[in-house]
Design a protein around this ligand. Structure first.
Ligand code: GLC
Ligand code: CA
Length: 556
């Protein structure tokens, strides 16, 4: 592997707008690279792969949780917000990683999980040890139960991972957990909780972290009356800013306080909200006096379809203009079926659950048939479309290898709580979290010197970095070339649809720099406009753009 020099354009100090059109690479640390051979990816592993990230050409890394955790939810159950999991590394290694990334011209965004801690967090342990009504319990959401002896939960709510959302403790009280029981929800009306998270933001900002990805950003503020609604009633309540738990208007008071902390730094620290809210309510999370940017999962939920893509892009560019933020694009992350696989399954229209391909995964990959080849072909076309759009692109580790979801994980090897709590009906998210293949063969395909913590399938070797490194037609080469060109061609945050070409199954747009992108979503080849062809997601056929292919051109 050749080591590319750090891109000259990324001067790390001073540029407050660096995030607006950044390409951000998500690392799921336990599955990226394992330096000490214990089967779990670690910070040393990340440090050793920084040359790889440089050569890939990403502007920033988003690091999923690396905090001490029992891994009841892959690290989204945090024991201590200001430390590194000893299974992953040390604070000194974290500092070393930040310095090495910055030297390579790559910024770092870390994941903050403020909706809930883990049940091993010292505050939750203190809450368990303290009596009902104590200040220790007030940091979480404790309630007496119903029924004669409080033996029934305060409400019949179900958690997002399935199963009840209330769990009883030894003295008979119950606590709320919107996710797993190991993830008690914080009480954000408690001033100590608010204070403590601001300290956490400073702690990492002082260590040189450039920004934060805010987990479940729409869930923090809650307003729970004495008499709680039933789950059925909850489901019926409008999401207009006053729902008892989700997307409440007062959540933005928290982010206004955080903004003050972000602005203590130069350049200000950035934040991106993971907020699964109605599209028109995203702008508030993305506003400059709040978190500043919000994920938009619309393309991730769409079929590979010209009309859907166009509508989503136009809508989100308008939305970004309203908030003054830049928009974000995502096709894959650690929570969803990889897009190479989704696009190889039949389109499912509005049925989002099914469209995630979960039933295919449950059946071990046989039904409905996965067309892996067309899936990858479309994924490459979609990615090239995405990387030409204004705004920032969030990429998930392994998508640059064109990796497919791993379907063949035995039940006893699975780790995701959704699998266990559904139980077994939702296959969960392990299939996109399998440790990366770095080499064609050898122990854990070069991930580490021992077995990987999630089993890797046979076919991983053929998708490995080693197998793709020197192959100009590989997906890895496509990503490298695209990310490098993107730096050259990126201009202000506008695009113009090229109406004459954007008909039927074809979408074409240009950026002010003269950068033209044409995507053929259909089955038949189409003509390209005049211009110098810079890059294509699949070879042209007699100078024409084949099915499921994107081309980048410089306008003639
Ligand atoms: C977010 C994370 C997901 C996690 C959940 C609970 O949705 O992306 O992985 O399970 O929050 O923290
Ligand atoms: Ca390790």
């Amino acid at each position: 592997m050749t080591i590319a020099p750090a891109p000259a354009a990324t001067i790390l100090a001073g540029d407050a707008d660096w995030w607006r059109q950044a390409s951000v690479y998500q690392i799921y640390p336990r599955s990226f690279a394992d330096a000490n051979g214990d089967g779990i990816g670690d910070l040393k592993g990340i440090i050793s792969r920084i040359p790889y990230l440089s050569e890939l050409g990403v502007d920033a890394v988003w690091l999923s949780p690396f905090y001490p955790s029992a891994l009841a939810d892959g690290g989204y159950d945090v024991d201590d917000y200001r430390d590194v999991d000893p299974k992953i590394g040390t604070l000194a290694e974290f500092d070393e990683m930040v310095a090495a990334l910055h030297t390579a011209g790559i910024r770092l965004i870390v994941d903050i999980v403020p909706n809930h801690s883990s049940d091993r967090h010292e505050w939750f342990q203190a809450a368990l040890a303290a009596p009902a009504g104590s200040p220790e319990r007030d940091r979480y959401i404790f309630r007496d139960g119903k029924g004669e002896n409080g033996e029934l939960p305060p409400a019949d709510w179900t958690s997002i991972f399935g199963g009840p959302a209330w769990t009883r403790v030894a003295d008979g009280q119950w606590y709320l957990h919107n996710f797993a029981p190991e993830q008690p929800d914080f009480n954000w009306r408690n001033e100590e909780v608010r204070q403590d998270f601001r300290e956490t933001l400073r702690f990492w900002s002082d260590r040189g972290v450039d920004g934060f990805r805010i987990d479940v950003a729409h869930g923090l503020a809650k307003d729970l009356a004495d008499e709680l609604p039933s789950q059925a009633e909850l489901d019926e309540l409008p999401k207009d800013g006053f729902h008892p738990m989700w997307d409440r208007d007062d959540v933005h008071e928290i982010y206004a306080e955080w903004r003050e902390v972000f602005d203590e730094y130069d350049p200000p620290r950035i934040a991106v909200a993971e907020a699964w809210v109605e599209a028109d309510r995203r702008a508030r999370y993305a506003s400059a006096d709040g978190l500043g940017q919000a994920f938009n999962f619309d393309l991730l939920e769409a079929d590979f379809d010209a009309d859907q893509f166009r509508e989503i892009v136009s809508f989100n560019l308008d939305l970004a203009a309203q908030s003054g933020s830049s928009t974000t694009w995502v096709f894959s992350n650690h929570d969803v079926v990889r897009h190479a696989t989704r696009y190889g399954l039949p389109p499912r229209g509005a049925d989002k659950e099914v469209k995630q391909g979960k039933e295919w995964l449950l059946s071990g990959g046989s039904e409905p048939a996965l067309d892996a080849e067309i899936g990858l072909r479309r994924a490459r076309a979609a990615t090239l479309f995405e990387l030409a759009l204004p705004g920032s692109a969030y990429l998930y580790q392994g998508e640059e290898l064109g990796l497919h979801e791993v379907a063949e994980i035995a039940p006893e090897a699975r780790q995701d709580p959704t699998f266990f709590r559904s139980p077994g009906e939702d296959v969960g998210r392990d299939g996109c979290r399998v440790p990366l293949p770095w080499t064609r063969e050898g122990s854990s395909f070069g991930f580490g010197s021992g077995d990987a913590h999630l089993p890797q399938p046979e076919w991983f070797g053929a998708s490995s970095v080693e197998a793709q490194d020197d192959d100009p037609s590989s997906t890895l080469s496509l990503y490298r070339r695209a990310l490098a060109l993107r730096h050259e061609l990126q201009s202000d945050e506008t695009l113009e649809w090229l109406e004459e070409i954007s008909t039927g199954n074809v979408l074409a747009f240009s950026r002010p720099s003269g950068w033209v992108t044409v995507t053929n979503f259909g089955d038949e080849p189409v003509d390209l406009p005049a211009g110098e062809v810079l890059l294509t997601s699949a070879p042209l056929e007699d100078g024409r753009l084949p099915a499921a292919t994107t081309a980048w051109l410089r306008a003639a």
